[in-house]
Ligand binder design. Structure first.
Ligand code: PHE
Length: 397
């Protein structure tokens, strides 16, 4: 298990937001049909593979226990090849041909943003387990998420770097075409200076680039004491390697997009001593988390990453919503805001306000009326009122 040696730097078990009292949709039938669109191949294949594993595990558990209101769950899993256009095409097919009652996907915010308007127009509830950009749920009132958002995560990253690591001069490496990366860039630029730091240089790259020498030379020249890299694991691992080759040995700080065993496989020693925020840690001693970790390990022979955990929770939330609505009609569920909780240390909202009733587009977390949406993997999928907390565990060789 690579994760025993791993580098899980910062694990921030943070707040989730608007929980998903969504409902099951669609036509009557003897099955609950759920479309799952994920990146099973391409640059972020591990995101989709882990997420799909978590969803299948949840569906099997519920089916073995008799299904949802007597109906078995049927998953339609489609690979979007890590491509936003393909994600939109798949979701179009889900709603026009497959008659799905609900949709789970994607991981990458840019891909969920591309697909969400299609689900919204068709009034089919879409739940993303792990897309953290605030824009996602602004696409409409059929679009839900069961994870924290980037104003919270970006604030945790900034606070950790400024306060826990005592850093003052940050460099930023941003994936310019990625909504997740640019969203976090914005939050870091707001929060890190408020905490006494300064962003001394920003450089950009694009997913799939392999040569970062130009950017890293400029960064070295700016003499930072920390480098924020709000990107995905494949690019981050290469950037880390090339930074170390250049003698840039300051800690790197990232977000949930780092979470993949591939980070350590590709990055090796170069990621040791760096940190990232995340939805969950397999080392969490909460019995619910450990039950999930053991079940997943038995089934797949691997320690589940945050994608597996968040997707497992999202699937249980979706199934629970169908059950409560007692209907396969997507319009059948109700959503109520119980309370708005201001998350300590989170960035204040930027840009436009929140969208539909379910929009969790600010560090204000909406707690749902039910309080507990049946999430089992400990990803804080439903809102709890604890302030965001960041557990730092530096990577050790
Ligand atoms: N939060 C990332 C995004 O919105 C996706 C992600 C979630 C990646 C969890 C890894 C782990 O793009």
């Amino acid at each position: 298990m690579k994760r025993t040696f791993i580098a899980l730097g910062l694990t921030a078990s943070m707040l989730a937001a608007a929980a998903c009292q969504t409902t099951g949709p669609g036509a009557a039938g003897d099955k609950v049909r759920i479309g799952v669109f994920m990146s099973l191949t391409g640059s972020t294949a591990q995101f989709g593979i882990s997420s799909t594993n978590g969803i299948k595990m949840a569906a099997d558990e519920i089916n073995a226990a008799g299904g949802v209101n007597g109906k078995q769950i049927e998953l339609l899993v489609q690979d979007d090849r890590s491509d936003a256009q393909e994600a939109a095409t798949i979701v179009t097919k889900f709603v026009t041909q497959d008659g799905v009652h609900g949709i789970i996907g994607e991981v990458a915010s840019s891909r969920t943003i591309a697909a969400a308007p299609i689900a919204q127009n068709a009034k089919v509830p879409l739940l993303t387990p792990s897309s953290t950009n605030p824009e996602v749920t602004k696409k409409g009132d059929y679009i839900f998420r069961s994870c924290f958002i980037d104003p919270v995560q970006g604030a945790a990253m900034s606070q950790f770097a400024a306060k826990s690591l005592g850093k003052k001069r940050a460099a930023l490496m941003v994936d310019r075409k990625n909504d997740y990366s640019t969203g976090l860039e914005k939050v870091i630029n707001e929060v890190f200076p408020r905490l006494g730091g300064q962003v001394v240089i920003t450089q950009s790259y694009q997913e799939g680039d392999t040569d970062f020498n130009g950017q890293l030379t400029s960064i070295k020249g700016a003499d930072p004491d920390v480098i924020f890299i709000p990107g995905y694991y494949g690019d981050v691992a290469l950037i880390a390697k090339q930074a170390r080759d250049k003698g840039l040995n300051v800690p790197l700080v990232g977000g949930d997009g780092w979470d993949s065993a591939q980070l350590y496989t590709i990055g090796g020693a170069s990621v040791v001593g760096s940190y990232f925020t995340n939805h969950y840690s397999p080392f969490d001693t909460d019995p619910k988390v450990q039950k999930f970790v053991q079940g997943y390990q038995q089934r797949y022979g691997q320690i589940p990453d945050a994608l597996a955990a968040t997707a497992y929770d999202a699937a249980l939330i979706m199934f629970d919503a169908v059950k409560r609505a007692n209907s396969l009609d997507g319009k059948a569920g109700k959503y109520v805001i119980q309370e708005r909780v201001v998350v300590e240390g989170a960035a204040m909202p930027t840009g436009t306000g929140s969208g539909g009733a379910n929009a969790n587009a600010s560090p204000v977390a909406n707690t749902n009326a039910a309080g507990n949406a049946n999430a089992g993997a400990g990803t804080n999928a439903n809102a709890n009122t604890a302030p965001a907390n960041a557990n730092a565990s530096p990577v050790k060789p």
